[in-house]
Design a protein around this ligand. Sequence first.
Ligand code: ADP
Length: 257
Amino acid sequence: MEIAALGIDVGSTTVKMVAVNRAGEMVWDHLEPVDPRVAQQVDSFLEKLRQEIDSLDGIPLVATGYGRNLVKQAVKNITEITCHSKGVFSQLGHGGTLIDIGGQDSKVVVIGAKGQVVDFAMNDKCAAGTGRFLENSAARMQIPGSEMGPVALSATEEVSISSTCTVFAESEIISLLAQGVAVEPILMGLHRSLIKRVVAMVRSVGLVPPLLLSGGVVKNPAIRKVIADETKEEVFVPEHPQLMGAYGAALFALKLN
Ligand code: ADP
């Protein structure tokens, strides 16, 4: 395996590392839930990679994400907005409006025709527009994270969730379940509630088509469907949506090589 550069994205929920070759192709990746001892976790990521190649000496590492300043091995730190845009633009080959939904934040970035960041908005203050909103609600219904999307898509009807706050939505779910409402329509309503918040952010920035998606939450098929429904736009998703920040960081590191 030829490795020319590395990128790491220390997110609020997961840590992702990507290695690229000289051509900028992703040749290795690793993802784990974030550990509060980030410095040790980064060491263990590098150790994992070291077991697969002879030496990491001289291979530049760029860090991004919420915890990027904790990565002491990085030669440079770059914001998530810039790295996600770089990763998605390189994978999909065109600009547009990027929606990135992570575990505890969401962002909207308008990416120009040359891959530059034209405008952006970010929500890292309220869980309701993030993966956390769905995870908490699904946990209440004893549905595992990877099943939330498929279960929601099996619904034949949908319940409107009126609470916009994650904590109150949980109380609303308990009350709906007590009334005998099935989990599928509740889950579909929760997906729509989350996406309505994200789409409001898209409207505030201004939607420049096409619509591009990244972040772990867009691996959920119901999320992709509801975004397309609510915006009436076709959505474009890179092959590894959760790795786009780390991939973008690795591409920036490649330029330093
Ligand atoms: P961050 O960068 O903020 O740490 P990520 O982009 O790694 O976040 O996304 C983490 C979120 O993605 C979590 O909320 C998790 O539940 C969600 N997620 C990951 N894979 C899936 C999946 N297959 N289906 C639904 N949600 C998923």
